[in-house]
Structures are given as structure tokens and as C-alpha cells.
Design a protein around this ligand. Sequence first.
Ligand code: GCU
Length: 679
Amino acid sequence: SQKGYDLWLQYNKITDAQLQKNYLNKIQGIKILGNSPTLNVSAEEMQTAWKSFFGKELPEKNSGENILVLGKMDQLPQQLQKNLKSDFENINSEGYIIKEVKFEGNNTILITGKSHIGVLYGSFRLLREMQLHNKLSNLDIYDSSKIQKRVLNHWDNLDRTVERGYAGFSIWDWHLLPDLIKPEYTNYARANASIGINGTVLTNVNANSLVLTEEYIKKVKALAEVFRPYGIQVYLTARFSSPIENGGLETADPLNEEVRQWWKDKADQIYAEIPDFGGFLVKANSEGQPGPNNYGRSHVDGANMLAEAVAPHGGIIMWRAFVYSEHDPEDRAKQAYSEFVPFDGEFADNVLLQVKNGAIDFQPREPFHPLFGAMPNTPLMMEFQITQEYLGFATHLVFLPKLFEETLEEDTYVNGENSTVAKVIDGTLSNKKLTGMAGVANIGNERNWTGHPFGQANWYGFGRLAWDPYMDSGDIAEEWLKMTFTNNEEFVEPMKEMMLESRETVVKYMTPLGLHHIMRTGHHYGPGPWVSNLSRPEWNPVYYHKADSAGVGFDRTSSGSNALEQYADPIAEKYSSPETTPEKYLLWFHHLPWDYEMKNGKTLWYNMASKYQEGVEEVEDMTETWNNMEQYVDEERFEKVSMLLQIQLKEAKWWRDACLLYFQQFSNMEMPEFIPEPA
Ligand code: GCU
């Protein structure tokens, strides 16, 4: 079955007679203006969809009534270009217009844009309208992405293992590249283009400098050629010490002339093969990776050296802000801010600082990273994690766009009210020219790409939010469900609700009330709040929950690490007292006694227990909801999700029992009556 492999591009047969009539009346043929690989892809996609929707081809026609015309602005007849002048003013270079117009005197649906990629995005948009069963009437749609660099980060190693990857091995078959081109590469590009993703970093942030050798550049080039018609640029991770490992130099000091020249030559070499190469993603001086600090130089020195090497070719550098050190006594949550804020405004124009959504590490819930809003003169790129490192791998059903949305909607208050994280990211808050969003991919060589069938929704949702960070996660869930399974409301409604609640559910049974990083290390699967023996203190869960007989939680107020000082006043003030801290962040910012009285009049201990219990009960509800869906879903996907939900249920109980039994030693309070005896 291709059901899982085809992702959200199922193009289910249109069986409703009215709809079918509407579609087939409105579009009776197709005409392509001009010629390019991207236009060919657009035309092919229409044919694929038509065969699947209607069991027939969409005939090519040169003229006539009710044809679909695809072509970019400068291919349109002069008069039409003039008529559409104000429409074109509404879109950017990747945007599209879908509009009913007169073309050579005939009623026509036109898909156009300023570039062929715009036309491709518009084609996918029209097909989405049809997948969602929207009628085609008085079409007048235009849209442009709000963020420029919409990029997947693959943490894929050259031996095909994937760091924090749970969907098999890497889809990049380095061994057989460049000679063997797998159909998966095309389908990967097609899926990404359908949601507007326009870049992919092929390799792990914990980088191997081998990928910068001539042999590998040829392999990368082969992938770039497959992706190009789909508007997807390739990027690589650059290991900072490559000039030593690959170039035979004695240093990688960013101020050394030979080193600078080496990177320039390297960039020239890559661009000679891949003229639209995107640039480099760099993890430097973080978790043991080499970087400019090794030579007494700063992050700015390192980033700007690389920026200079790719600038003549139009490339960019995505420099990661995920730095913290075990030698630094400062709260890990504060270190990136302390390190980077002093450099605001010093990075070259083609550098994006890539910041994780939260200050620790991709937890089920974290307050937004204090760097957002704190560097008005530096373009900040959002980094979300699509792969579920801390959220039950590819085993638990968790709809992440809900998490992404929560971060994007948070108010930083840096320019007064309504200074949301989304506005930092799309550049509108301080007029930034370069913008980006990265998602750590959950893709592997599993036949359904992501392992868990619902993991596909997180890839989909990331793409949609990278295109428009103001999108509603409910709309994303609904689109995805309809396109991936069925439009039947009896399926869509309950499933949408279940997806939207799934994120809060995982927070409840793993890390309620602001608890964080209490997973078993270093795999981060399952509970491990008791772990305290790792070499680096800030890798131990006990560092984060700080449970003792006096209470639980991390004091980040002025009596503790004072991480709160890194936020704008309204937040710093509000969160300084537990009474005014949102309950969801309570133990992130406060160490509170076990009998602390919460809003509902019950103790902290009681509330913690009831959250864990609710989490378990909600997974029970999920299994029930899913069981009622059998008639709407193919057997293969139904069975797989059923089995995974059973594992999730078992593990939600494991989390509840392990955490409550562990914390009870400190609370010394009775287990509330609603907690069952551990099996
Ligand atoms: C996490 C993750 C690592 C990864 C790192 C990073 O710590 O566990 O595997 O390398 O993030 O984002 O660089």
C-alpha cells in the first residue's frame, strides 16, 4: 500500500457528484506558458492528481473555455499583466496568484507568480483546495510566505545513522550517490515543495568534515539537482575544524589568513558544482564541537569568516545559539543569552542566528527562549524540533504544531505589548531583512517516512508554520487529516480534537507544571528523574527538578539563578511570584514546598499527582477515539496507530508511576486516592 508513503498527497478520489461536476466544468484542460523543469513538475503534479481524483488525464489544450493556465508573470500577455498589476504587488518572489480571468477571450483559471516556484506553490495550493473539497468559484487567492528560509535540518550522519532519528536510517544513501538516484529523493522534494519548504540541511549539526571533500560534494550535487526544480536549496553543516582535518592546516583560527582562504576556496569549489547552494549551518563550541573559542576568538569572528566565504555566491550562514558549558556555573538556561546578546549587531548581513524555541532543549513544554526579542539588530532564526527526542520518539502521538504555535504566540513585550515571537521571527518587529525557520527533521527510510503515521502531521505542520507563523494549529490539523485520511466530518472532527489535545496530554504525563528534562539520559526516552551520576551536572535530571524535602522546582527568580532577568519587565515581574506565574511554568521558575497551596486550594503534591493521572486518562481517551475510527481508515494505518497508542498508554502509566513514586520520597505525603497501585 502507498497510503503511508504518499503522505498528505493522497489525492483521494472525488466521489461527490456535485463537486466532481464543479471541478470538471471549471477545468477542462491545461495550458502551460513557457518551459522549465519547475513548470514540468507543476504540470506533472496536476496529472498525478487528476488521475487519482477522477481516474483520467487533464488534456493539454492550446486554447478554449475553462482551461487552467500555468505561467509566470512575464509569460502572460501584456494586457493581462497590466490587469493584474495590483495583484502582483501583493505577492513576493515566491508568492502566487490563483484567479479567474479572461485569457485570450476565454474564462480561465490562472495560476501565476513572479517566479516558476511561485507557480509551483500555486499549483499545490489549488490541489489543496480540491483535496479539502472547496468549490472552485470566483477564485481570487493570493499568498506569499512570511519567512524566507524554510529549512529542514537533518541530523543525518554519513554512515546513515540519524542522531535523534526514530524512523529508520537516513534517506540519503551516500554510498550509492551520485550514481544511484532514488525515487524517494524526488518524492521528498515534492512533499516539501507542497508545503513551501525551500531548503534542507543534509547533515548532522555534530558535523563530519568528510562531507566537504570533493567526493562528497559530487554526491551533494546529485541531490541538489533532484531538488532544484522543486525550489529546494541544499545546505551542509560545516565542522569548524575542517581546515585542519581536510585542508591539512595547523589551525582553524578564524582570524588566520590561510584558514580564511581555505574556506573561500572551499565555498568556490562547492558553488562551482552547485550554483544555488544555500550555505552552512554551524554548531560551534557546543557540546564538545570545535569552534572559534578554541582559538580565543568569538562566535562573531567564526560566523563572519564563513559568511565572507559564501557571500559572493549569495550564500548564508546559520550559526547556532545552542551553547552551554559544564565549566560555567551559570544556570544552563541563561548561558546562550549571556554569550550572544553582547554581539548584537555585529554579525555579517548574511548570518542568521539559529535559536531553539526554548532555553534548555526541546522539552515537551518550555517558556520561549529569552534571546527572542533581545537582539533587535541580529536576524534570529527559529529552530524547532520535529523529531520527538524528548516526546516519546516515533512511538507517542503528539501533534507538535500546537507546541510551535504556543511559542510563536508568546509575547516578548520587548517593544511593548504584542511583540510576539512570531514577529521577531518574520522580521516585522525590528525590520529585519533575513528571516528563517528550521525544523529538525523526523524523516528516515521507513516506508511511511516518519515511523508513526501521525509524525507526518508534524512535518506538514512545521512547513505550514514556516510559510505562515500566524497559522492556527487547528486549521493545520484539519487540513492534514483531510488530505491524509478522509474528508468525512465524523472522522475529522473527533480526530482534530484529539490531535489538538495530544500535546498537553504528553506534558501532563511527562513533565507537568513546568517540570523539565527529567527523561532518562542520554537517550531521553522514558522517565529518569532519579539520574544523578552523569559526568556533566547539567545533563542530570536532578539538576532541573531539584526535589528535596523542602520542595521541588528550579528557582529562576532573584533568589535563585535569576534567569527571569533575561526577559522583558512585564514577564520578569509577573513570573517573579508563584501566584502570578502561569501554572504551566510554575516549577520552571520556582522551587515550592510540597504543600504549597495552588489555585484550586489543593497542595502542589496533589496537583502534580492529578496531572500525571489526567495524562494517563487522556491517553485512554485517545485509544477510544481511535478505535471508533476503524471504518474510516485503511487497515494498515489503523492497526499501526492502534498498537502505538497501546504502547503510549503503557508508557504514560510508566511515567506517572515512576515520577510519583520518586517524588513521594521527598514530599513524604500520601498518594492521592485516584492513583492506582502500580501494577
Ligand atoms: C540535544 C541533542 C543532541 C544534539 C543537540 C543539538 O542536546 O540531545 O543530540 O546534538 O541537542 O541540538 O546540538
